[in-house]
Write a protein that binds this ligand. Sequence first.
Ligand code: AMP
Length: 282
Amino acid sequence: MIQIKEITTLKAYLHSNGLKGTEKGFVPTMGALHTGHISLLNTAKKASGVLVCSIFVNPTQFNDPKDFEKYPVTLEEDIQLVYNAGVDILFLPTTKELYPTGTGKLGQYDLGGLEKILEGQFRPGHFQGVCQVMDRLLATIEPDTLFMGQKDFQQCMVVKKLLAELGSQTTLVTCPTIREKDGLAMSSRNRRLSPAAREKAKGIYETLLFVKSHLVPGTTSHLLSLAEGKLRSAGFRVEYIVLANAASLEIMDHWNGQTELVCLIAAFLDDVRLIDNMILTK
Ligand code: AMP
C-alpha cells in the first residue's frame, strides 16, 4: 500500500503506465474506521483492479463546528485497517491540499429538493460540503466505481445527482448498512456515546423494525407518531422520523401498498446525533 498526500502525486501515480486501463475502485471516508467501512473496502476490493481509499475529515460538510472538533481521529489504527483490507493507495490529503484557496467562498451545487429536506434541512450546508469534497476527490481519482454506504441514504442520492450534474462516467455502488449485534448501525460517532447512551442507542433499529412490521397501506401519520413516541421514551431527542419514496425521497404521508418506501430517522442521545434508515418494502 502506498500513502499519498498530494493531488499531483496521486494523479501521476494513477496515470502511470502500470495502472492505465486498470479498473479503479474508490472508497471515500472520514476515518475512525469501523467494520462498516471495511465492508465497503471488501466489496470494492473484489470489483477493482486498483483500490483507492481516502481519509479526510472534510470541514466544509460540518454545519456544527463542535461536531467537527469532536470528530474522532484514529489515523494509526485506520492505516493498519486499510492495509489489511487490501487497499492499494491511501489518499491522505490536508485541507490546504483540497481547498488551496480556503473554505470560505465556495461555489454552489444545484441539488434541487434534496438539500431542503431531512439532512439537508437539519444540517444546512452539509450536502454542499459533501459535494465540494466529492467533486475534488472524483476529479483527482476519476474512479470507475465509487462505493458508498446505504447508512447515509440521502448522501448516496446527493452523490448520484452530483455525478449526473458533472456528466461523470463513475458508477455509484450503494453497499448495505453494517450493524452491531443489537442492531445499532455502525458509525464513527458511536465512539462518543456514553455506556448508558450506547445501551439506549439500539432503540433506533428497534423503531425501524417496528415501523416495518406495522406498515399497512393508507395514512402513515399514526404509525409514525407511535414510532416517534417509542424513540422519545427510549431517551432520544428526535429530529425527524419519516417515510419516503425510496427512489425519489419524496415524503409519503400515505402509502399505496406498492411504492418502495424507506424509513429515515435522525435523533440525538445527549449531544451525539445518530442517523439510520431501512427500506421497508423489499
Ligand atoms: P464516513 O467515514 O462516515 O464519511 O463514511 C464513509 C463511508 O462509509 C460512507 O459511504 C458511509 O455511508 C459508509 N458507512 C458508514 N457507516 C456504515 C455502515 N454502518 N455500514 C456501511 N457503510 C457505512
